[in-house]
Design a protein. Structure first.
Length: 56
């Protein structure tokens, strides 16, 4: 269970850093890379909240 929490926190950290990198980047494909990062961040937060609320 602790390993799952660590994995979800790492997923959220990776998503946040990629969102920051996409925002600070000034490329043309910024919008294309931002959507999967936001989806990954939302998925990590939802999994973390679900596991904290329902599995504890």
């Amino acid at each position: 269970m602790i390993v799952a929490y660590i994995a979800m926190i790492m997923l959220i950290i990776i998503a946040v850093t990629s969102i920051i990198k996409d925002i600070t980047d000034n490329n043309e494909n910024k919008k294309k890379n931002l959507l999967p990062s936001i989806a990954m961040l939302l998925g990590g937060i939802i999994m973390l909240v679900y596991s904290l609320v329902y599995l504890s």
